[in-house]
Design a protein around this ligand. Structure first.
Ligand SMILES: [Zn+2]
Ligand SMILES: [Zn+2]
Length: 331
């Protein structure tokens, strides 16, 4: 099959993903073989490719927001049938045995496998996944529009929950990429107001179109302080800005797997029981809740499509903030 293969971690402007022909993956007994119809691009892909995360499997086929069609099932896989429209996420499997898995926190599993990082992902024509970590596509979404739901959407939803935002409250969002453009719609659906802080004028325009009540740059003063905040951009300074713009008792959720150093926090900015939490992966329960919500709202996905072989260019554009909404590769 055709795949974009990473053999060596390198900056994306060196075009490290190589168009390659690799053997079709074979599903194990509990696995599905999925024909990839669209695979979303995520900042995590960039962090992996550029070697900012711990080194894992190489060579690797990146990509962990897969929308596709079940092509075949292993002998023990019974939940899906050939032809089903399915999605695959970042969590490829968890152990089910560690203390985190046993206490409903499989997002923290000691030996989780990650699609496109520790096992091959979706920058390819086919991918395999355990049927237990496979989801039906929500109704009303084509493959391109469904793919970004499977990480950007779910992680944004978990961040929203961890931010402690209540219906009617005000949420501040820092950085406006794929995840934020979906989260703003969930927050609006909850009856909350959303402020968006981003450098890009195109991103501000999209935020307002999707229901944000205010959009500005990170140094701008918002009309009011927020009850909760999510930092999506991997920029440590924004954590301090978010704290300063927060009401008493508010929380900042950091929805990043990697971030530049957070500068010194002066205690008055944290006082009044403000708190900070990171967001680490997500559970299957988060995924199921979010996918239901995506269908119900229904969430509108802005997806810009690229050919599989243009993955390097598309990721470069993502890095430069030139994607409005989300980007997907079409094999
Ligand atoms: Zn575990
Ligand atoms: Zn992701």
């Amino acid at each position: 099959m055709r795949a974009m293969l990473l053999k060596k971690y390198a900056k994306i402007d060196a075009a490290p993903l190589e168009p390659s022909n690799v053997a079709n993956p074979k599903p194990a007994s509990n696995e599905l073989l999925v024909r990839v119809m669209a695979c979303g691009l995520c900042h995590t892909d960039l962090h992996i490719i550029e070697g900012e995360l711990d080194p894992r499997k190489l060579p690797i086929v990146p990509g962990h927001q897969i929308a596709g069609i079940v092509e075949a099932a292993g002998t023990g896989a019974k939940r899906f049938k050939k032809g089903d429209r399915v999605g695959i996420t970042w969590i490829n499997s968890t152990c089910g045995k560690c203390r985190y898995c046993k206490t409903g926190r499989e997002n923290l599993c000691d030996s989780a496998k990650f699609t496109g990082y520790t096992v091959n992902g979706g920058y390819a024509e086919y991918a395999t996944v355990s049927e237990d970590f496979t989801y039906h596509l929500p109704k009303g979404f084509d493959f391109s529009n469904a793919a970004p739901l499977f990480c950007a959407g779910i992680v944004g939803y978990r961040a929203l929950k961890l931010s402690g935002l209540k219906s009617g409250g005000t949420l501040a969002i820092y950085g406006f990429g794929a995840s934020a453009h979906l989260s703003v719609q969930v927050a609006r659906h909850m009856g909350s107001k959303v402020q968006v802080f981003t450098r890009s004028e195109e991103h501000r325009a999209l935020a307002l179109k999707l229901g944000a009540s205010w959009a500005g740059a990170s140094e701008d003063t918002p009309p009011a302080n927020s009850d909760a905040a999510i930092v999506f951009a991997p920029v440590g300074n924004l954590v301090v800005t978010a704290l300063k713009n927060l009401k008493k008792g508010g929380r900042v959720a950091i929805a990043d797997i990697y971030m530049s150093p957070i500068p010194r926090i002066d205690y008055p900015d944290l006082y009044y029981e403000k708190s900070i939490t990171s967001v680490t992966n997500y559970t299957r329960a988060d995924a199921v809740e979010f996918l239901k919500l995506a269908e119900k709202i229904p969430i509108r996905v802005e997806a810009q499509s690229f050919k599989l072989q243009d993955a390097n260019n598309a990721l470069q554009m993502l890095k430069e903030g030139k994607i409005n909404g989300s980007a997907v590769l079409i094999p």
